[in-house]
Every structure is written in C-alpha cells, then in structure tokens.
Design a protein around this ligand. Structure first.
Ligand code: SAH
Length: 225
C-alpha cells in the first residue's frame, strides 16, 4: 500500500494548515475546550477522508456526503463526542459503531491506544482500511458487521461511541460496556433531530444524561453483501 505523500497530507489553499487553523478557532468559539482534542483535529487531514471533489470543503464545519447515502460527521460534533469519550480520563480502548469515512476513528486513534470500529457497508470499511494504511494509523481495528450487536470479542469497553442514530439504545451495546463505562449515542427518530445521550453503567444500573440535539444518519439493521 502506497503511503500518502507529505504534500497530500499538508494540503494547499483550501486544505492548507492555515485553513485548518481557522476551523480550530471556530471550534473554540463553539466551546470546545479540550486542548488535546483541538490539537489532534488541527493536525488530522480531514480532506483525505473525502472524495477529491469535496476536499476543498473539508475544513468547513459541516457534514458532507461520502457516498452510500451517508455522511462524514460535522467537525464540531466529532470534537464534542471526542471530548465526551475523554470525559472520565483516557480509556485504554474504545469501540466506534459507524466507521464511515474513518475520520472519527482517526481522531480517536491519536488519543487512545486501541480503537475498534465497525461498519455495515463493506465498501466504506474497505476504503477506511486503505486510508488508515496510507496514513499510518496502525491502532485501528475494523470489522464489517451490523454494529447494533457491538463487537463482543473485545468487550467490555470503557467507552462506546455510536455515530449513527438508532430509535432506541441497542441492548447489546449496554451489555458490552465495562462497569463504570459510558456509551455515547444519538437516539431518536429519523426526520427529526435526535438527542445525544451519555449512558453510564454502574453495575446493572444505566444512568442516562441528555446532551445537545444532533442530526445523524440512521442506524440500519444488517450488514451489506
Ligand atoms: N464516524 C463516521 C460517520 C459516518 S456516518 C465518520 O467519521 O465519517 C455513520 C455511519 O454509520 C455510516 O457509514 C453508516 O453506514 C454506519 N452505520 C449505520 N448503521 C450501522 C450499523 N447498524 N452498524 C454499523 N454501522 C452502521
């Protein structure tokens, strides 16, 4: 697998470091305060997680289409959810449901030792795998599967983050949480906004805290192929 060149990673014009720094200023204005999150977002080439035709929009604070009817999440939401991932200290591993472009997993992988990420669309999972190897992300483990069942082989997880919205919290994800662990998940119906929830496990009790309203693509049943 060919490595991405320094020129490709550095970007130019609308993908240059100057443009990226402006995004970081916007995130600060929107009250993202975790400096390690801001630093990783400053240095991660989001333009390489998009089709070339959309690369010039990579550092706008907006979600963008990545094919297959799904989107790469808005940078603000990625930053916010990453702050929540780190809210109890740095976990030793994290499970992400909804690999998509791989951008959120890439951000997590610079902060957490082992990242597990599952995706129901094979083409997206394969493309993310190629990106990770070109960009030297070596601690991200991918699986093509329906993530509403989690990834039981590596459970329990101190943190699970879900980047697609189911109508209800999937039971399997609660079961794969470590004691004291948190599940970060947008929950709600399609067509309306969803609530970003943090569900904290204490033994057999699950305490829900509601955060802001969000718009995610739906969590769908089953994996393709
Ligand atoms: N974290 C991604 C966001 C992609 S959008 C990024 O940074 O780009 C959400 C993703 O969740 C889509 O790729 C969609 O295919 C996937 N998804 C939806 N339902 C799923 C399910 N049941 N299991 C696994 N992935 C799912």
């Amino acid at each position: 697998m060919l490595r991405a060149t320094k020129e490709a990673i550095d970007g130019i014009g609308m993908t240059s470091q100057r443009t990226r720094n402006r995004l970081i200023e916007r995130l600060r204005e929107k009250k993202i305060t975790n400096e390690s999150v801001l630093e990783v977002m400053r240095t991660t080439p989001r333009h390489l997680f998009l089709d070339e035709a959309l690369a010039h929009r990579a550092y706008e604070d907006t979600s963008l289409p990545i094919g297959h009817g799904v989107t790469i999440s808005q940078p603000y939401i990625v930053a916010r959810m990453t702050e929540l991932v780190l809210s109890q200290g740095v976990p030793d591993k994290v499970l992400e449901v909804g690999t998509g472009s791989g951008y959120q997993a890439a951000i997590l992988s610079r902060l957490i030792k082992q990242v597990y990420s599952v995706e129901r669309i094979a083409a997206l999972s394969n493309q993310a795998r190629i990106r990770f190897s070109q960009l030297d992300y070596n601690n991200i483990n991918l699986r093509h599967t329906d993530g509403s069942w989690g990834w039981p082989e590596h459970a329990p997880y101190p943190v699970i983050i879900v980047t697609a919205a189911p109508p209800e919290v999937p039971q399997a994800l609660l079961e794969q949480l470590a004691d004291g662990g948190i599940l970060i998940i947008p929950v709600g119906d399609q067509g309306s906004s969803q609530s970003l929830l943090v569900v904290k496990r204490n033994g057999d009790e699950f305490l829900r805290t509601k955060y802001e309203d969000v718009f995610f693509v739906p969590m769908l049943d089953g994996a393709d192929r």
